[in-house]
Design a protein around this ligand. Sequence first.
Ligand SMILES: Cc1ncc(COP(=O)(O)O)c(C=O)c1O
Length: 378
Amino acid sequence: MSRTTPHQIYLDYNASTPIDPQVASVMSEAIEKAFGNPSSAHWAGAPAHTTVETARRQVADLLGCSANEIVFTSGGSESNNLALKGLYYSQKNPGAHIITTQVEHPAIVEPCRFLERLGARISWLPVDRTGRINPNDLREAITDSTVLISIMHANNEVGTIQLIEECAGIAKEHGIPFHTDAAQSVGKVPTKVDQLGIDLLSIAGHKLYAPKGIGALYVRSGTELEPLIHGASHERGRRAGTESALLTAALGQACELASDLSGMKDISALRDRFWEGLQQAFGDHVVLNGHPEERLPNTLNVSFVGQIGAEILESMPEIAASTGSACHSGRVELSPVLEAMRVSPEVGAGAIRFSLGRGTTAEEIDIIIERLASHLAK
Ligand SMILES: Cc1ncc(COP(=O)(O)O)c(C=O)c1O
């Protein structure tokens, strides 16, 4: 599945994944056989309809829900927007209250800021140094006007996994719908909606070895949600627009592959090998960002103390990874996630997120440890 040339190493699977060959193969089949409109009653519509509905079933199976609770979207951002705005609009109460966290992806932060401009009140729960919220803070933030709680399942930068079952349980005690942005956790850790106890869950195809431009929102049956795109009655009236058999087939196949989490053991072993190698090479000069145990099995966010993460990556252009800081006119700005975790500027500036995936090999990990060691020795 590797799209890299021999000297390139891809360690940015949290940013995006290559398309799995089995996903590509169902896409080729859909191009050939499912070109019709899934809503057409004739011979050309039927295979397209079957393709879309098979995919819906595959996504539902991964989440342990019923197929009619899956709404196809264009990706994680749209799923989050539909959950937040759709629920807010359905309440017809401009001053409604929403609770979220300080470590959400911009695809949650920005819709919340937009709703704030419409009159909503937003509570941003703080996190501890590992990136976790305290469920007691959630309990205390709930008011009579709280209409939605949205807490991400796993963080995209540091991989920290929130205590979702406990938070969802608190929401349920108060009868408040609970949404989780699971763009990073689906396919990496279990995400059965009933086990987690949630009402709305966002998926992004391109984090899951499907292409960009497809995602899904799980909506527990009975949850009121105003559509963002009005039109014909596609997606049971939740999102107008002719469904893409091609893209839904891709997401369905990706979800079927993602239901087997056994490969994550190897990925987390490589991630741990990476971390141990870095500790041996750098001792106290390397610091882990995120929860030491309760984090995504593929994610390693580390700070090289006294260094600038962006500069390290610039000096190694063959390595694809992400930084947790941005340089603006000579000043280093920490990501809001590291800031919320109260990572000091000296440590945060040296942060790099390495995220591993199905194509990562032990050889690549050993090469990158060696390159980092020789680079930083200079
Ligand atoms: C946690 C999280 N939520 C949402 C998104 C947005 O997903 P998409 O790029 O599919 O819109 C991302 C993508 O980086 C993400 O990591």
